[in-house]
Design a binder for this molecule. Structure first.
Ligand code: ZN
Length: 371
């Protein structure tokens, strides 16, 4: 995710903070300082640190539940509305999706209950009804504000709109009763409708809502597109999506040869294959251009190629291929047959084109045609 800085890692999960989250914290700190002086500002800094911990605990609710189902989480990004744990994938079963989605808000329920019951924190009704506005109000004690903030997090995250947990809960419940794709379309539409409503309320009330509404609207659209991509890639094999007509490079070829092939073909990425047809590297256009700045034209393509080359098997599922591509951070990867020989290239461009075909005709069947 862009516009985010990495703070550290817990158990293989990188913890990142989005700039907008920092802006929110800054806004809370400065507004408290202006109203109540340095003591209030200090109390708010403490509050912010605790709030930050609660949001993180919420995310680890999702992360640990996902891990229970065998799914790892490479990173978690904290945003003003609560944070996004980037799970490697979502569970296939709607019932597991439901549990992963609900585990986050459940953590905040537990924190709020502990604050109220164990520590005896009082929670007056006015701080609840005034929602976000009271969270930065220095007249309340830190812990009661924290309890209110946790309840606010629960209510807010359970709004039935992507990317909120409530949107995922709604989607999982719908998917238990109908086709996955249809469930996603309906829940994305409800999410966008809710975003418009929030935006409308934001125009006349808390301007923060307007900001959140825009975020929710974009996320809902992104989620629908992501869902379309997943529903397409989960039913296809790598062989259905790969480019089977491509030009390869050989290890003894030079940068000048690579430039010739770059200009002679529409290809941007070239597999480097040995004389048994096995991929030994991948040369991207960017890597080639970078090498041209530093190396002579006679330099080997192997000096510029990415090795070991990421590759997938022709019989792998397309979503596994896409995941491998994401993991490798490469715009293309080699596809190999059962003997490890190159059979094609899987490129982002090709997958994007398949999405366009599918958008034009939702019933389009990819893959080998009978007869
Ligand atoms: Zn959550």
């Amino acid at each position: 995710m862009h516009w985010a800085i990495t703070l550290g890692r817990i158990g293989g999960t990188a913890i990142r903070i989005h700039m907008t989250f920092l802006l929110l914290l800054l806004w809370i700190g400065v507004s408290a300082g202006l109203r109540g002086g340095s003591e209030a500002a200090l109390a708010n800094v403490a509050f912010i640190v605790l709030l930050f911990a609660c949001v993180l605990a919420h995310e680890f609710g999702h992360i640990l539940m996902a891990r229970h189902f065998g799914i790892q989480t490479p990173e978690v990004t904290l945003l003003p509305i609560g944070g996004v744990a980037s799970l490697e994938r979502m569970p296939d079963k709607p019932s597991e999706q439901l549990l992963v989605a609900i585990a986050g808000p459940a953590v905040n329920v537990v924190i709020a209950l502990m604050l109220v019951i164990v520590l005896g924190v009082s929670l007056d009704a006015s701080s609840m009804t005034r929602g976000l506005a009271s969270i930065d109000d220095p007249r309340h004690g830190i812990l009661s504000r924290l309890a209110a903030a946790n309840i606010f997090l629960v209510i807010f995250n359970m709004l039935p709109a992507f990317p909120m947990d409530g949107g995922r809960v709604l989607n999982a419940i719908l998917a238990m009763n109908m086709d996955k794709r249809k469930a996603l379309q309906i829940s994305a539409r409800i999410g966008q409708g809710l975003a418009l409503l929030l935006g409308f309320l934001g125009l006349f009330g808390n301007p923060m809502l307007l900001f959140v509404a825009i975020f929710v609207y974009i996320a809902a659209a992104g989620e629908a597109a992501q869902g379309d991509l997943e529903s397409m890639t989960s039913t296809l094999a790598v062989r259905d999506a790969m480019e089977s007509k491509f030009v390869a490079l050989y290890p003894e070829e030079t940068l000048a040869d690579a430039v010739d092939k770059l200009l002679a073909t529409p290809q941007h990425e070239f597999p480097v294959v040995d004389h048994f047809g096995k991929p030994v590297g991948l040369l991207t256009r960017d890597a080639l251009l970078a090498a041209l700045r530093e190396r002579p034209r006679e330099a080997s393509v192997m000096d510029a190629a990415q090795a070991p080359v990421p590759s997938v098997r022709i019989s792998d599922r397309l979503d596994d291929g896409l995941r491998e591509m994401t993991r490798a951070g490469a715009p293309a990867i080699s596809v190999v047959d059962a003997d490890g020989r190159i059979a094609g290239m899987l490129t982002m461009q090709n997958i994007a084109e398949m999405m366009m075909v599918r958008a034009a005709n939702p019933d389009w069947k990819f893959g080998p045609r009978p007869g």
